[in-house]
Write a protein that binds this ligand. Structure first.
Ligand SMILES: O=P(O)(O)OC[C@H]1O[C@H](OP(=O)(O)OP(=O)(O)O)[C@H](O)[C@@H]1O
Ligand SMILES: Nc1nc2[nH]cnc2c(=O)[nH]1
Length: 188
């Protein structure tokens, strides 16, 4: 059922996400059967998706994170990636699966794939929950895709607007006419 907040329109429910994660995990379990896998989540947005996906996988898995950001406090990519945390595991000679909440322009993912390639992994594939393929600015392969969403700025299930809404269980369009209220002392 859609949440009724003026600024939010639910487009994908938690149930739909759960079912999609089962389907993605089935595919990944088949593809990596009998092999070890290192999952690399891109913070912050991917923290919830990675937690749910990891628990649906049945091969031996190790988990690490990078922290990349480019959206700051708005709804458009700055195009400048801030890389503030690298992985800590050695991925040399290992199969790696990058876990990303959303691929939009592709700048973030392309940047990470270039960084990881220098570390000598056996393979690098990508699983994203949401693909905004129509908005791509750079070519980048995504191997496992949950949902294709053509447009709109999305929040919930890890995705934020100005650090808000990451904890919503489903995925929502942020109403483009929504203007966040400026803080004034009388709001207290
Ligand atoms: O394909 P792109 O246009 O590069 O956009 C995708 C990235 O944007 C968001 O991260 P953001 O920079 O907002 O940081 P966050 O994960 O901390 O929210 C999202 O989590 C992806 O990592
Ligand atoms: N929260 C959020 N971050 C993004 N990064 C790239 N696209 C999006 C989006 O639609 N929502």
């Amino acid at each position: 059922m859609s949440e009724t907040r003026d600024e939010l329109i639910e487009i994908i429910s938690k149930d739909e996400i759960d079912n999609k994660i089962k389907a993605l995990a089935d595919q990944i379990n088949r593809d990596y059967s009998g092999q070890e896998l290192i999952l690399i989540g891109i913070l912050k947005g991917a923290f919830i998706f990675l937690a749910d996906l990891a628990r649906a996988l049945n091969m031996p898995v190790k988990i690490d994170f990078v922290r990349l950001s480019s959206y700051g406090s708005g709804t458009d990519s700055s195009g400048r990636i801030t890389f503030s945390k690298d992985i800590e595991l050695d991925i040399g000679g290992k199969h790696v699966l990058v876990v990303e909440d959303i691929v939009d322009t592709g700048y973030t993912l392309k940047y990470l794939k270039d960084v990881l390639a220098l570390k000598g992994p056996l393979s690098v594939k990508v699983c994203c929950l949401i693909d905004k393929r129509e908005r791509r600015k750079v070519e980048v392969d995504v191997d496992y895709v949950g949902f294709d969403v053509p447009r709109g700025f999305l929040v919930g299930y890890g995705l934020d607007y100005n650090e808000q809404y990451r904890n919503l269980p489903g995925i929502f369009h942020l109403n483009p006419s929504y203007e966040p209220k400026a803080y004034t002392p009388s709001d207290r």
